[in-house]
Design a protein around this ligand. Structure first.
Ligand code: MN
Ligand code: MN
Length: 454
């Protein structure tokens, strides 16, 4: 097998690059789960999808979406077949590793004002220092109002960041292992150094609070009910001299979220009802009201049944069990700098197309979602019939590590689920890399799946 670039003509390349531009815009604007939902709602509404809550009766061809707590979105196109025959689902997550502000974050130390954080998801902590960062999030006030915050993205904005120890004084630090070379409690964000000279104590902290009050109308106590995420500052960009790749924050898993959503938007008049679900909290175990374990998904399917003709528990369970799903999450892309972690016959390569991963898990497939070969054969056929290039892979050599996705949670509904995503380099680093060829091929693959799976 060769990379997609070998068979790409100028026309196809133009399409790929235009699609990549749209995607770059999507991740540059959607850097948190909330922002990703907002950008997704704008996309689907522009394509004629209606909020499910505003629709009374559903008929084939109808396009609807539902949002859960501003952090999940699910979009459907109602098919010609009855819902109980099952849906074709593509599911991705829209949370990404980052640093979250603590509830009581702001403090002063030797006339510098800092924000204390707790990292979110699996990160190599040493990667998140000495690099420009932005603050994204919401502050919810007791009067019911909400303040949106984005600082560090405009050219005229300041950025913030976390210091690293100078090499000149690092002889002790350099002897530590990678896991402890930068410690979690040392991920403190520098936000100010000018004092409010009328204050005796914590004058710099006071000045930062004054600034927050002036610009955003928030008080120190409002941090208690805030969610502010510290993320890499700046837009996604073309990567490589030939512009064949994209460097951006949060490809895992917004690259599969975008391609999944676009696929549902672009498959017209499907036989089976199509669905894209984009969820929060995958990076911390899919827990809580906005993770895949939440009742939100099943509740929304109940609403669909109710609005199509009638709902009952048995019909809900039939609908879920007859559904088929691609868990669209990223795969580890081969990195020539670190070839030793892979077994090359079962490795995802950049530019080789959609990655099918039969099983996830670690150490003897522990915690794996393991797709049935009957179902993989169906997916293969849909991809082959639509001339979509795919590759197969697992996450690294046996006993080297591993990972998981939302696949096993959906499989608990008794539906067929296969992991299918896009190869990423630098996964979970502040700046990750994907191939434009893979982004476009995944979109084509998801479309083929939604359209053709019976
Ligand atoms: Mn992921
Ligand atoms: Mn991840």
């Amino acid at each position: 097998m060769k990379s997609i670039w070998y068979k790409t003509n100028e026309d196809a390349k133009k399409k790929m690059f235009a699609f990549a531009d749209e995607y770059k815009d999507f991740i540059s604007k959607g850097k948190t789960e909330r922002e990703a939902v907002d950008v997704s709602v704008a996309l689907v509404e522009k394509a004629g999808f209606k909020n499910l809550a505003s629709v009374e009766k559903l008929s084939p061809g109808d396009k609807v979406y539902a949002v859960n707590m501003n952090k999940d979105i699910v979009a459907f196109v109602i098919g010609k077949k009855h819902l109980t025959e099952g849906l074709n689902i593509v599911g991705a997550h829209i949370d990404s590793p980052r640093l979250d502000l603590k509830q009581n974050p702001l403090y002063e130390d030797h006339e510098l004002a800092l924000l204390d954080t707790h990292y979110y998801g699996g990160v190599k902590k040493y990667q998140w220092v000495a690099t420009p960062m932005a603050l994204h999030g919401v502050v919810c006030k007791t009067d019911g109002s909400k303040v949106n915050i984005v600082i560090g993205e405009e050219d005229s904005d300041p950025v913030v960041g976390i210091s690293d120890l100078l090499i000149h004084l690092s002889s002790d630090q350099m002897k530590k292992t990678g896991a402890t070379v930068v410690e979690g409690e040392d991920l403190n964000v520098l936000v100010g150094s000018i004092p409010d000279t009328s204050e005796e104590k914590d004058a710099v902290k006071k000045a930062v609070l004054d600034l927050l009050k002036d610009k955003y109308g928030i008080e120190e106590r409002d941090f208690i009910s805030a969610e502010i995420e510290v993320v890499p500052a700046g837009k996604a960009r073309d990567y490589g001299l030939d512009r064949s790749l994209i460097m951006g924050y949060g490809h895992d898993d917004r690259v599969c979220a975008f391609t999944s959503l676009k696929a549902v938007m672009d498959v017209k008049d499907p036989e089976r009802t199509t669905c894209a679900i984009l969820v929060d909290k995958e990076e911390v175990g899919s827990v809580g009201a906005t993770g895949m374990h939440s009742a939100f998904f099943a509740n929304t399917i109940m609403e669909l049944l109710d609005k199509s003709d009638r709902y009952c528990e048995m019909r809900l369970r039939r609908t879920l069990a007859n559904s088929k799903m691609l868990s669209s999450d990223v795969a580890a892309g081969f990195d020539p700098n670190y070839p030793a972690v892979n077994e090359l016959k079962n490795t995802a390569f950049m530019g080789y197309g959609l990655v099918l991963t039969k099983f996830t898990g670690r150490g003897g497939k522990g915690g794996a979602s393991d797709a049935n070969p009957e179902f993989i054969a169906e997916v293969r056929k849909a991809l082959d019939d639509n001339e979509v290039q795919f590759q197969t892979a697992e996450i690294g050599k046996v006993d080297q590590g591993g990972g998981g996705t939302i696949a096993y949670i959906c499989a608990n509904y008794n539906m067929q689920v296969l992991d299918a995503g896009i190869a990423v380099q630098n996964m979970h680093a502040p700046w990750e890399v994907v191939s434009k060829a893979d982004v476009y091929e995944a979109y084509l693959g998801y479309k083929a799946f939604l359209k053709d799976i019976k």
